[in-house]
Design a protein around this ligand. Structure first.
Ligand code: FES
Length: 141
């Protein structure tokens, strides 16, 4: 598992943004997802051992089925983009950006994630969620 370890960055920031431990490396499923909690958020952590950037953290909430199920989706590749297919309606979401491949107005939240000495850590500030056309909550409304 040492190949998955990413170099820890500085942990605490003045605005409360910080890395949060959500699980252990042995919780990870190769080429699959596991559910985790980040405060009141449901996060799906995906591990692609064959990729260099092997860990991804997406919202576990599928905006099409309104259920926390993305961690149970099938992981694959769509035109070179690592994706997860939503278990119910099969839309694909980029593991890198959370973008829905079939509907450009839909994107699920993505968080930075890393392994720090065997502990899965998620940064508690999402990646660029503010500038989206539709958040997962809006898409679900
Ligand atoms: S953490 Fe598994 S469903 Fe929310």
């Amino acid at each position: 598992m040492t190949s998955m370890t990413k170099k820890p960055r500085s942990t605490e920031q003045t605005d409360g943004a910080t890395w949060v431990a959500v699980g252990q490396s042995n919780d990870l499923v190769p080429d699959g997802g596991v559910g985790a909690r980040l405060g009141d958020q449901h996060v799906a952590i995906f591990w692609l051992p064959s990729e260099q950037d092997a860990l991804y953290a997406l919202s576990n909430f599928c905006p099409f089925s309104n259920a926390h199920i993305l961690a149970r989706g099938i992981v694959g590749d769509l035109g070179g983009e690592p994706v997860v297919a939503s278990p119910l309606y099969k839309q694909h979401f980029s593991l890198r950006t959370g973008q829905c491949m079939e509907d450009e107005s839909v994107r699920v939240t993505v968080w930075p994630v890393r392994l720090n000495e065997g502990v899965i850590e998620v940064f508690n500030q999402p990646v660029a969620a503010q500038n989206l056309n539709a958040t997962n909550e809006e898409a679900a409304a």
